[in-house]
Design a protein around this ligand. Structure first.
Ligand code: FCB
Length: 178
């Protein structure tokens, strides 16, 4: 008799098949033309949680056909749950580096998750040049804190994420009119 291992799940969130069943997962996806990560992320049914996506280098292409658009450094996107994900390096750019956070929100965050500029389930915000470094650092500290092994790692990461969401609404030029 031998024991058969169950099929192992993908351990790397940058590769297809990773089960996103946590409250929060954060990372940086560095796509260079023709490398291992140079494929289109394709989740036709979307995800259970939200995704924040910040381009830090190069250009990404979101969707295809009529709804396609490109994103550039400083562009912050918010994918609603169940919104299809289809994105990758823009064919016009040699690379696309983007930071991201996948999360299941706290109930009282709801108001900050409906951005003024939203179409097809994707909110968009172009960060002013002067604010980009701050957002880049926030994304990086969410990832670091979450992986730190500290006792309250997840709570502290959610705490930083809450700040990121608030800062995003604050930067949204149209939210001032409300
Ligand atoms: C990674 C992608 C990233 C984001 C997370 C959830 O594989 O590179 O853009 O979609 O999954």
């Amino acid at each position: 008799m031998y024991h058969r291992e169950p099929p192992s799940e993908q351990q790397n969130p940058l590769l297809p098949g990773y089960p996103f069943n946590a409250w929060l997962v954060a990372g940086l996806t560095p796509i260079n033309a023709n490398d291992q990560l140079d494929f289109f992320i394709d989740r036709p049914l979307g995800m259970k949680g939200y995704i924040l996506n910040l381009t830090i280098k190069g250009q990404g292409r979101i969707f295809d056909g009529e709804s396609a658009f490109d994103c550039e450094p400083g562009d912050l996107l918010l994918f609603q749950p169940k919104t299809p994900h289809y994105y990758g390096r823009s064919p016009d750019s040699p690379c696309w580096f983007h930071r991201w956070v996948y999360f299941r929100p706290r109930a009282y965050w709801t108001d900050w998750l409906q951005w003024q500029d939203e179409s097809q389930g994707v909110g968009r915000l172009r960060l002013p040049e002067a604010q980009r470094a701050e957002f880049d650092r926030l994304f990086a500290s969410i990832e670091q804190t979450h992986n730190s092994g500290r006792r309250f790692a997840e709570e502290l990461a959610m705490n930083l994420l809450e700040r990121l969401l608030l800062r995003a609404v604050e930067e949204d030029p149209r939210s001032h009119q409300q």
